[in-house]
Write a protein that binds this ligand. Sequence first.
Ligand SMILES: Cc1cc2nc3c(=O)[nH]c(=O)nc-3n(C[C@H](O)[C@H](O)[C@H](O)COP(=O)(O)OP(=O)(O)OC[C@H]3O[C@@H](n4cnc5c(N)ncnc54)[C@H](O)[C@@H]3O)c2cc1C
Length: 309
Amino acid sequence: MAFDFASLPAVRGKLIENAPLAPYTWFRVGGPADALFLPADEEDLSQFLTALPEDVPVTVLGVGSNLIVRDGGIEGVVVRLAGGYWGNVESEGLLLAARAGALDLSVAKYAARSGLSGLSFFSGIPGTLGGATRTNAGCYGRELKDVLAGARAVTRGGEVVELTPEHFGFSYRHSELPEDLIVTTLILQADGEGDPEALAEEIAAHQARRAETQPIKDKTSGSTFANPDPPDTENQRSAWKLVDAAGCRGLKVGGAQVSEKHCNFLINTGDATAADLEALGELVRARVLDTSGVELRWEVRRIGRLKAD
Ligand SMILES: Cc1cc2nc3c(=O)[nH]c(=O)nc-3n(C[C@H](O)[C@H](O)[C@H](O)COP(=O)(O)OP(=O)(O)OC[C@H]3O[C@@H](n4cnc5c(N)ncnc54)[C@H](O)[C@@H]3O)c2cc1C
């Protein structure tokens, strides 16, 4: 049945019909959303979801740095928390409140300027705080769960709810957060006070290390597969080493390629489709299973409809 755009509830933000999503993802692939909703604020989002018929699917996007949107696009309404209101960050004492659309890098920089330590690791993650809640994003030995003190979210029915860290059920690159909850605000706990200049240097060092080891200028989505063992286990096996050992460095399917620079990254060399990227990821998983017996778990989330032929 055709999507009935005209019957969607009125909003104060923007509502766009048949909106291309590729420009909103790092991979730059994927089909359109039936409707794209850019809510003005939390109340706009909540009122819209309250009035939206229950059978319309809703999907939330951050900045698409951990996503393959499939070529057939996304059914229903895609919500994107972007722009002024959604990027707001403020602090009081050692607590920092940030809206879910705030970039992790902006949060790290804000904390550094405010002399709050323990949050610099966010500068290594190119997504939003909202996106970080899905995979318990982290780097340099820390992850969201180490610093999350609380959150607010809107349910699919439009109710605004307060969440404790326990609601997220975090583990290594995983959370148990119900798929239909849209996180709107996060409260982060800093470790203590720190010297703003030293914290800014920490961020600069993280970024320099990234640029050296990762293809951050390419159309990519970061680590494709989670490491098979959580970081605190003995004999930790890295996904990239398994991919390398399976001979997949540089492997191609259509316009998709396993990065030569970091072989747990897939890249769109220019004209890749979402199907190319997904097929390449599955080929890598099959080869790793063959060579090492390990079944790699996708860390990149794949969402939407396959393209009808
Ligand atoms: C070069 C590069 C390096 C990277 N390095 C790291 C790294 O070191 N560590 C790491 O953990 N990740 C890394 N990533 C992956 C990615 O940046 C993180 O997973 C990030 O947290 C995703 O945020 P996003 O805003 O881009 O989310 P998206 O990719 O837009 O969405 C990811 C998921 O989060 C959900 N989501 C988004 N916003 C919300 C919300 N408000 N409420 C509920 N759910 C929401 C979406 O529905 C989707 O399922 C890297 C990516 C790239 C491209």
